[in-house]
Design a protein around this ligand. Structure first.
Ligand code: KG4
Ligand code: ZN
Length: 340
């Protein structure tokens, strides 16, 4: 028996990456991301510039995704798009484009929650990657979010912990800014940390009750530490960059791992999946791999291409919703504060 293929186009534009992907059933045929380099010189994402860049990128990015997948838009069965959360001006570009395309092709439109997509990216078919079974704990760690989510089914997710101030990606990026690194600094800190001593400098971990996080105090502690050291030795940063990065990363990973241990003991669920840009970090990936032997957890690390913002994760959620006929109406609006 031959089953008819389902082709879903995923569109992501919630922050500063314009992305499109084509999925055939559970398998990715193309995954195109246009990164916006314009923000680098500002040390952070400038919303108005992001929105303008999305407008320039959206057509070529979708066109390339279809081309790479070897299909035409007439082969599509549905268009899935990020409804939120994210920057309103950015979300509006993807939302309006997806609505028009679905309307023009007369195919279903499917709304996707960006944070659910970071969790459900684990269900993309990929050689060498296993899928978690329910229930599992997902920790979504990105530039905009830090959450611990109990996932009981594809669309039954409960936030059991989250940051009360900065996201963990911001902790990386703001520390990098203090050190004079480029934006986003996470990948650079990760690289520099590999050659450093993680216990060279000690930063106190924030004391936040339960499963919630706080990263703004850590950022301030790092700022004061660096200012004090630079006063004594103006070359302190360049002479110690590897040790500083390794120590910052080590502190952040300890904070994340402590909360995961607490989440496992509170829920008695020991399948752990991570998602979001910071899940690309080699330190957190190693810590989770070690936790398999150390604590008997089963851990799920996304393929690197599905860690930072991408449209493949939007397309997989689109596919899961398509199978349930969960379509959106043309009147749907972008929602910058959409909850999981
Ligand atoms: O998921 P994402 O692409 O966008 C948001 O939804 O925020 O995450 C971007 C964040 C940035 O803060 C970036 O510094 C961080 O992910 N990041 C990393 C690494 N790669 C990306 N942080 C630490 N180590 C990395 N290797
Ligand atoms: Zn994201």
């Amino acid at each position: 028996m031959s089953l008819k293929n389902t082709y879903i186009l995923g569109i992501e534009s919630s922050c500063d990456d314009t992305a499109a992907a084509v999925l055939r059933n559970g398998e990715i045929l193309s995954n195109v991301v246009a990164n916006q380099t314009i923000h680098e010189s500002y040390g952070g994402v400038v919303p108005e510039l992001a929105s303008r860049a999305h407008q320039q990128n959206i057509v070529p990015v979708v066109d390339q995704a279809l081309h790479k997948a070897g299909i035409s838009c007439n082969d599509l069965n549905a268009v899935a798009f990020t409804q939120g959360p994210g920057l309103m001006g950015s979300l509006l570009v993807g939302t309006s484009f997806a609505k028009s395309l679905a309307y023009g092709l007369d195919i279903p439109l499917i709304d996707v929650n960006h944070m659910q997509a970071h969790v459900l990216a684990h269900f993309i078919e990929k050689d060498g990657y296993k899928k978690p079974s329910f229930p599992f704990i997902a920790m979504t760690i990105s530039g905009g979010h830090t959450q611990i989510v109990l996932v009981e089914d594809y669309f039954k997710m409960t936030i059991i912990g989250e940051t009360i101030d900065d996201a963990v990606g911001e902790a990386f990026d703001k520390s990098g800014k203090i050190l004079g690194l480029g934006y986003p600094a996470g990948p650079e800190i990760d690289k520099l940390a590999k050659l450093g001593n993680p216990i060279a400098f000690k930063f106190t971990k924030p004391k936040v009750k339960g499963l919630n996080f706080s990263f703004s105090g850590l950022k301030t502690a790092i700022l004061y530490f660096i200012q004090k050291q630079v006063k004594e030795n103006p070359r302190f940063i360049e002479e110690n960059i590897n040790d500083i990065c390794a120590s910052i990363q080590y502190t952040i990973i300890n904070i994340l791992m402590d909360k995961l241990k607490l989440a496992v003991s509170e829920t008695r669920v020991s399948q752990i999946a991570i998602g979001g840009g910071v899940s690309a970090n080699s330190g957190i990936r190693n810590a989770l791999k070690e936790a398999e032997g150390q604590y008997g957890w089963s851990t799920y690390l996304p393929a690197l291409e599905f860690t930072t913002d991408n449209a493949a994760m939007i397309a997989i959620v689109g596919y899961l919703k398509f199978n349930n006929k969960q379509y959106a109406k043309q009147s749907i609006m972008a929602s910058s504060r959409l909850k999981i």
